[in-house]
Every structure is written in C-alpha cells, then in structure tokens.
Write a protein that binds this ligand. Sequence first.
Ligand SMILES: Cc1ncc(COP(=O)(O)O)c(C=O)c1O
Ligand SMILES: N[C@@H](CCCC[NH3+])C(=O)O
Length: 497
Amino acid sequence: MRAHPAGPLHGNIQQPSAAGAPPSDLGALDPHVWPRSAERIDGELHLGGLPVTDLARTHGTPLFVLDEDDFRGRAADFASAFTDADVHYASKAFLCGQVARWIADDGLHLDACSGNELSLALAAGFPAGRIALHGNNKSLVELQLAVDAGIAHVVVDSFDEIDRLVPLAAARVAAGGTPVPLLIRATVGIEAHTHEFIATAHEDQKFGFSLATGDALTAAVRVIREPALHLAGLHSHIGSQIFDTAGFEAAAHRVVGLLGQVHQATGEVLDELNLGGGFGIAYLAEDDPVSPRDVAGKLRTVIAAECAQLGLPVPRLAVEPGRAIAGPGTVTLYEIGTIKPVRLGASGAPGTPLVRNYVSVDGGMSDNIRTALYDANYTCVLANRISDAPPALCRVVGKHCESGDILVRDLWLPSDVQPGDLLAVAATGAYCWSMASNYNYLLKPPVVAVRGGSAAEIIRRQTLSDVFALDAVLAGEAAPSPAPSQPAPEHPVGAQR
Ligand SMILES: Cc1ncc(COP(=O)(O)O)c(C=O)c1O
Ligand SMILES: N[C@@H](CCCC[NH3+])C(=O)O
C-alpha cells in the first residue's frame, strides 16, 4: 500500500463541535449523572462521605468507587416498582461476592450468563432457586452445573441447547429429581433504539428463537413434550441502554402473542413472562432515562390488555435490569499523567489556536472499553479541587498503545488541569470492570465500596504476580526454551500499571 504524503496537520483533526458550548460551572455534579452520595466539600469530590484524595492515596488509581447506598437503593427502587414481579439483577453488568450478597439479602433474583458467573454467585451463597442461566452457547459443563445446582430457570436459546439439556435432565429425573424448569428466549423482531452491538431482538443476530419464522413456537412445543423438561414460561430481551418504553411495550405485546400461540398449540398456560433488561441510564446530563415505576406501569398495562384479549391469565412478570442498578453508583478515579496540547500550528508558538488537550490518565480501554467499542459518552470532572480557570476543550485518553484508547471523546475541563490531578468519570458501574482486560499487561483496578464515611475493598487490585502466574515460563512450570542466562528482573508486585 502506498503511503500518503504528509498533509497539513489540521487535515485530519476533528473540530470540537461535539463538545458543545462549555458549561457555566465545570465542576458541577449533576445529580442525574453522579452517585447519590456525591458532593463537593471545600471543592473536593466526596463519595460515600470520603474525599477522593484519601481514596486514591489508600487504594491507588485507577480506582472504581462504588456507592453502596446508590447500588442498593436502585435495586430497591426496582423491587418496589415491580412488587408483583421478580426482579433479576443481570450480573454481567458487574458481579463480585459482595454484590451477590447484597442482591441476595435485598431479596432480588440474579441472572448469570456463563457457568462462571453462576459459580461465583453460588460460591457467595446466592440461593440457587433465585438464579437464571442465560447464554447462546452454553456448554454441557455449564448446563450440568445449572441442573445439579437446581437453579430457577435455564433460559434456552437454541435447538442445540435443548438437545444438550435433554439427557442431563433425564438423568436428574431418573435419579428422583424434578424436571428442569426452562424459559424459551424468543427473538421478537424489534429494532431497539440503541447501538447496533447491544440490540438483541432483531432477526439477524445470534440470540434466541425467532418468533417470525415460527422457531419460538416449535421450541416451546418441543420442550413441553419432553418429560424431563418443564416449560415455565417465555423470555424476551430487546437490547441495552434503551430510553424509549415503546420498544419494551412492543416486545411485551409480541411475546404475549406467543403465549397465546403456545396455548392454542398445546393447551398449556405458561406461568412466567420475563421481559429482560435494557433500561437506560444517564451518562450525560441531557440523558433522560425512564423510572422503574413508569416502565413497570406501562408493561403491566400492555400485558393485562393483551392477556385479556387472548383470554389468558396474566403470567408472573420478571425483568432483568443490570446497568440501571449497577451503572450510576460507581465512579472511576484516574490520575492525570501527560497532557498534550494539539494546536493548529507549531507547538510552543503562543497564539496558535488550541484544538484540544489530550489528557492522559493512568488507565484506559482496559478498564473502560465502552467508548472505543460503542462510541459511548461519559461525564468527567476534575475531582480533587475546583478551578476557576477558563475551560479548555479536552479528550481524556488512556495509556494504551492505541490511538482509539479514548475514555471521554470531547469535554471541557479547566485549562489549568495538570499532572497529578484526579479526574472522576461518572456512571462506570456497569460493563466497565466486568469488561476489563489486561491489554498491554495493565492490571485490573480494585473496586472500593463506600458508605457513611467508610470504605471496603470488595475487589482488590490485580497484581503482576496474579498475571505472571498464568504464564508457563514466568510461573516456572515449563521451560520451552533454555532459561535466560540473566535472572529475570525483580518486579514490584502491586500498584504498577
Ligand atoms: C438477556 C439479558 N438480560 C438482561 C440484560 C441486562 O441489560 P441491561 O444491563 O441493559 O439492563 C442483558 C444485556 O443486555 C441481556 O442480554
Ligand atoms: N456491554 C454492553 C451491554 C451489553 C449487555 C449484555 N447483553 C454495554 O456496555 O453497554
């Protein structure tokens, strides 16, 4: 491929339109976006009653700070909006032993979408009878784990999975156990208004049985006819980060239609209807999520009307919020390292207009892949102090070897931010730690739960020893080539990123 001759510098620089006008108060904490306990005291951001500089000093950065009251308060908001339904926390958003215990203690159910999420929940003591297992490609081992543990439901996604389940279920029944309870995941053909990577109910994607082709009905009939399986109900999930209730209502309408078809074909009246998760949250001040109470009201109305029309009893409803419980209560703290101004002219020449400052922090796409993956937007503020310096257009970037390693694409920060300052990125509780990687051998940050002036590390920082232990040579388990003549350099274990 022929290299392009060097063009003018500004030829490939995006203009700052996306950031809009600078806000009047750069340090303001919009309660819509920040955790419930977030406040500024003497200019410094406090979370759960603790100053961020103390948290950073004690636990290091990058650091996920989780406001326990916010997380549990949002779980309680769903539970009270859906009193006549089951609320399953979608644990893929963020799961650890402590979260499993909060969800168990607060009376919610839990969704796992892999055998390992299921194992973690069980190991934390989560009651199996309140767990559902999802997944488009559950292995025999995962299905066996679910069958042996006696979980509430396996949410079946494919004909192959039914084939895999039948002998496992038959063995359980032969040993005196009960038939394995299932939900059928139907793909209802809704184009959810969200990023294409996180929409899941259109036809041309990998999840579930198509309603339109008749596969969903065929699967339901097949399960009903298998003596070792028990079809408890139907499931639908249309996608994630959705603000518009119309998609949920349309899905409810279609999946109740499938209940009717199943009844017509088999005479069976199914007891449960799980409408999935996907309830959006505010990442930016202008985002306007629907409240659990509004969603609950609308779903109840649609389901009651559809069931009345079909002459069916109203089934027990379930929902699976993940992001809406875990997302808003967590903030990521980073320390600023390098700041690179990009100007339309020679660096250092005063008067050349600034395009933006690239503000590099000590984490990046390994602790938050969402901006790179989905073009996600975040709110970010200077956290350790407030500043009345004029605003400068900035891009917050990580320290990975990728130019797409962007955390916040366009934002205004005070022009005097400097290395050593702390930045806080809001609403990082869902799909950040849980999607974290070790790219460039950066280490996964810890998660600290804060509440009423105390902090508890609920996940510790990964260490180089943790990571080196996976490596055959470094762990000393194998020597595929002669050992190096020099001893390996000592490596500090712990905070190095
Ligand atoms: C089946 C299922 N349920 C629940 C969820 C949780 O979604 P969210 O975190 O957007 O509420 C997902 C993720 O999109 C999902 O695939
Ligand atoms: N990981 C996605 C959501 C997918 C949810 C799981 N189906 C996100 O960060 O928005």
